[in-house]
Design a protein around this ligand. Structure first.
Ligand code: CO
Length: 163
């Protein structure tokens, strides 16, 4: 398993729901966490690891007890707006300020198939929005103000030329 990087077209697909939580899926989740820790990220969407289903893993602390698995996540409520710097393991070396909802409520299933509801107005809210974007084929660089996008154009070109 490795992380797909911009401009890989697989990152641009809007992907399907998970319909079955089985051992194979649990194994993939474990490997996604391990890969995310190795790369120093706080969130990883399945599409970044080459899997076309709606699943993301998140851990803001690296403490195993804080591992979050989100299956078929949906944002059910959002409030306010805030701008903050963001990066992405799939766009290595690039950070830029992104405007996001300040508070969100997110509904998903966990690895046991139980419904979970997460509500946050800090880092978790931002990470959830970022990861759910991935499941819709959207990268944070798509959400930049034109002037901010301009500033990273050169870095993006370099990533495009590395192919
Ligand atoms: Co990302």
């Amino acid at each position: 398993m490795k992380i797909l990087t911009y401009p890989n077209r697989k990152l641009r697909k809007k992907i399907k729901k998970v319909d079955k939580i089985d051992r194979a899926l649990k194994k993939i989740v474990r490997r996604m966490f391990d890969l995310m820790y190795k790369e120093g990220g706080v969130g990883l969407a399945a599409s970044q690891a080459g899997y076309q289903f709606r699943l993301a893993v998140i851990n803001l602390t690296k403490n195993p007890k804080d591992e979050l698995v989100l299956i078929n996540p949906v944002i059910t409520d959002r409030n306010g707006q805030v701008i903050n710097d963001e990066g992405c393991l799939s766009v290595p070396g690039v950070t830029a300020p992104v405007k996001r909802s300040k508070q969100i409520t997110c509904q998903a299933l966990d690895l046991n198939g139980r419904e979970i509801v997460l509500r946050d107005d800090e880092l978790l809210a931002r990470v959830l929005q970022h990861e759910i974007d991935h499941l819709n084929g959207v990268l944070f660089i798509d959400r930049l103000e034109p002037a901010e996008r301009q500033k990273i154009e050169q870095e993006l070109k370099e990533l495009e030329n590395q192919k």
